[in-house]
Design a binder for this molecule. Structure first.
Ligand code: NAD
Ligand code: AKB
Length: 328
């Protein structure tokens, strides 16, 4: 299915009209800045949208303003561009959400409601990521199954549980083609992350190459699940393009590998032996402590062949190589 345009595949399985026009919200974020290109390469007509202005040097292509907190803003771009698939990436991630709960509610919870309402009103297929943040302290810490307790203690996590639940509601009550992946920490070097708890894994390799030192905001033993952006992009595109009949649920766990902050730093030190790391946990420690150490993504592997390529050392090596090139 990956060879087919994602939107085309979705349209055929969802019974949407013939267009394969994809709207991406939050397209200027860490994931959107890369996923837009991948969807376009797969043959989709992608309209990238955000509430910020793309950087002058960006080669983002077709772009429009769309604020997911305002239903009429969504309606306008959907109707004017004959959209059939909505890839909803607009959001406020965990650390930033704790710093501004009201704004996080508006973007994450109200935005998700608006997206699902628009999808129902305009007969769209929706892809909207969830997160390991949907889990909380009462969830088993290791090998968390796809279906389990979701009692998060962060406002970001609460919005993710709401999002998953509303997607399930739309699918069950209205036949909405709703697809969600519980992403782990996503590691990448092209666009900066938006203030999450897993961001250290993007920041530390750059610090190793530039300053040679890094102060980590998590304790060394803090362990969470992660994936590398190339796997996230390939997996997301394949999931969006998957035959709906093959999907046994609306929301799937997704992971590549789990490691502690110290293990990640050791993988960097293997290549940059003089790299110095200190640990000074901040408010994000409590968030990380409430999340799983590892999750079980066997359902994604079975239903739509999720199969990540990068493990810990491969991620670190590729990050260091590409960041070094960018610094030249
Ligand atoms: P990000 O913070 O990097 O980008 C979010 C984008 O949303 C930004 O460009 C921002 O300008 C935009 N935005 C904010 N408010 C908006 C509004 N009102 N209307 C439209 N756009 C708005 O986020 P990301 O890392 O790219 O995450 C994308 C999705 O994936 C989110 O749902 C996030 O929760 C989820 N996710 C990300 C990770 C990760 O590690 N990056 C992990 C798990 C889940
Ligand atoms: C965050 O740390 O908040 C995000 C996420 C795992 O959802 N990267």
């Amino acid at each position: 299915h990956a060879a087919a345009g994602a939107a085309a595949a979705l349209s055929s399985t969802a019974g949407a009209c013939s267009g394969s026009n994809v709207l991406v919200t939050g397209a200027l974020g860490q994931i959107g800045m890369e996923l837009v290109d991948v969807l376009r390469a797969n043959g989709d007509n992608v309209l990238a949208t955000d509430i910020r202005r793309p950087h002058k040097s960006s080669s983002l292509g077709e772009f429009a303003y769309c604020d997911v907190t305002r239903p009429e803003s969504l309606d306008e771009v959907i109707v004017n561009n004959d959209i059939s698939v909505l890839v909803h990436l607009a959001g406020i991630v965990s650390g930033a959400a704790e710093a501004n709960p009201r704004r996080a509610y508006e973007v994450n919870t109200l935005g998700q409601y608006n997206v699902i309402s628009a999808a129902l009103a305009h007969n769209l297929t929706v892809f909207s990521p969830s997160s390991i943040a949907a889990f909380g302290p009462t969830t088993p810490r290791d090998d968390v199954p796809n279906s389990t307790i979701t009692e998060p203690t962060t406002n970001y996590g609460a919005s993710k549980v709401y999002g998953e639940s509303m997607g399930r509601w739309g699918a069950a009550k209205h036949g909405l083609d709703y697809r969600s992946l519980r992403y782990p920490g996503v590691i990448s070097y092209k666009a900066p992350p938006g203030g999450g708890t897993t961001d250290y894994a993007c920041a530390a390799p750059l610090a190793a190459l530039t300053d040679g030192t890094y102060e980590c905001y998590l304790a060394p033993e803090t362990t969470m699940p992660f994936s590398y952006m190339p796997d996230i992009l390939a997996g997301t595109a394949a999931f969006i393009a998957a035959d709906r009949a093959a999907l046994s649920t609306t929301t799937y766990n997704l992971t590549s590998c789990s490691f502690s902050a110290a293990e990640f730093m050791e993988a960097i030190k293997l290549r940059i032996p003089n790299f110095e790391v200190t640990y000074k946990p901040d408010l994000r420690q409590a968030i990380a402590d409430s999340w799983p150490r590892s999750i079980d993504d066997s359902l994604a592997r079975a239903d739509w062949a999720w199969s990540p390529r990068y493990g810990l050392q491969e991620i670190v090596d590729d990050m260091l190589e590409n960041m070094a090139k960018n610094l030249e």
